[in-house]
Design a protein around this ligand. Structure first.
Ligand code: GCU
Length: 371
């Protein structure tokens, strides 16, 4: 389905019916409006930003990768009304690069195997060796440590620590994707304190449910200079209107804990949502945004991911940034880079691997230059 046939809401048309024509109108009026809509209708409202009680503890720091990297393990601890919690950040820094360095922060939804701190087997899903060899730090945290990925009535994870005790829960309260995104922001709180890291050059990366999370983290936290969404599909990068594969009804049925309760009232009614996912992408502007798809990932729907990026471009243009320079899906395995946005579609299945990472890093080299 073409963009025109999808009848998308216009990100540059204000709720008062007036067209946004300046950066200032976008920043002070339209962007906050769109962010509010996504909080209220889709991802839910997080009850707290940076908690009053948060601490960072570097547990261990040692040489690694035959001297090419410094490995740090950091515990991020916090307290809320429901008690104390913590999660770990694993960080490999390029030992020889001039500091501070830029960093790729992966929201890891694939469990311990890909994140083996010993690098007993290097993983294409998180190729820390490649990232470090290109002069970037590679950081990662596990989504499960913020909130286990199950529908338990929001008792465990950070929901249990920060949600007000009143019941029933608000239909706008945060879901699990928002809890993981909140974790990415707390990882950013630590990165800002690490003298080896350049906090103005942090790229947040996620695959699939992690990609939905990376986009939401980039939307709520402007400290992320770059966002990478890999195969994020439904309620990630992909447009909901006219989408093939997974729909809002499908995702809410299988993962009732991912989004806020209100989102369920849009099952089968995507045309009535006041937002569509190109507006989520537009919240990243003018910061760097990279979207990647895979040819066989029809559940995510590559065309709806690509067209969403195209539909977000007018907001990038408002900031004087060029778009991709093409409105049709590029050939497989051929990245297209604009100044603020980049895209590729990889041959193959729903996954993230070395070739994806090479393109992310090439784009970051251009889009996140040291100032
Ligand atoms: C399921 C889900 C997708 C999600 C994916 C993943 O397939 O339907 O929305 O992106 O899991 O996280 O791998």
């Amino acid at each position: 389905m073409t963009l025109e046939q999808r009848s998308l809401p216009d990100p540059l048309l204000g709720s008062d019916g007036r067209k946004v024509t300046t950066e200032e109108q976008w920043r002070s009026v339209r962007r906050p409006d769109i962010l509010r809509l996504f909080r209220d209708y889709v991802y839910g409202r997080e009850p707290v930003g940076r908690p009053e009680h948060i601490g960072f503890h570097v547990e261990k720091e040692d040489g690694f990768m035959e001297g090419a990297a410094i490995r740090k393990r950091v515990e991020i601890r916090f307290e809320g009304p429901g008690g104390a919690g913590a999660f770990r950040l694993l960080l490999f820094l390029p030992a020889k690069a001039a500091k501070p360095v830029p960093v790729f922060l992966l929201i890891n939804n694939r469990g311990r195997a890909v994140a083996d701190a010993e690098r007993a087997s290097s993983s294409p899903f998180w190729p820390a060796e490649l990232i470090v060899s290109r002069g970037y730090a590679a950081a990662l945290f596990h989504t499960e440590e913020l909130d286990p990925d199950r529908d338990d009535g929001f008792a465990d994870g950070v929901h249990g620590l920060f949600d007000p005790v009143e019941k029933p829960r608000s239909p706008h309260a945060w879901g699990t994707i928002a809890a993981w995104a909140w974790g990415a922001c707390r990882a950013m709180d630590y990165l800002e304190t690490d003298p080896d890291i350049d906090p103005r050059r942090v790229a947040v990366v996620g695959h699939s449910r992690g990609g939905k999370t990376a986009l939401w983290a980039g939307a709520i936290d402007p400290r992320f200079a770059m966002v990478v969404s890999n195969n994020s599909g439904c309620t990630g990068a992909a447009l909901s209107r006219g989408k093939r594969g997974e729909t809002i009804r499908d995702i809410n049925a299988r993962f009732p804990h991912w989004f806020c309760e209100t989102y369920k009232s849009f099952d089968g009614r995507e045309n009535e949502l006041p937002v569509d996912q190109h507006m989520l992408l537009s919240l990243i502007a003018p910061r760097a945004l990279y979207v990647s798809s895979a040819t066989e990932d029809l559940w995510a729907d590559p065309e709806s991911e690509f067209l969403s990026l195209i539909a977000a471009e007018p907001v990038y243009r408002l900031f004087g940034s060029e778009g991709l320079g093409t409105a049709s899906l590029p050939p497989a395995d051929t990245p297209v880079f604009g100044s603020g946005v980049g895209y590729h579609i990889r041959t193959g299945k729903h996954d993230m691997g070395l070739s994806d990472w090479r393109h992310f890093i090439d784009f970051a080299d251009r889009a996140m230059r040291a100032q």
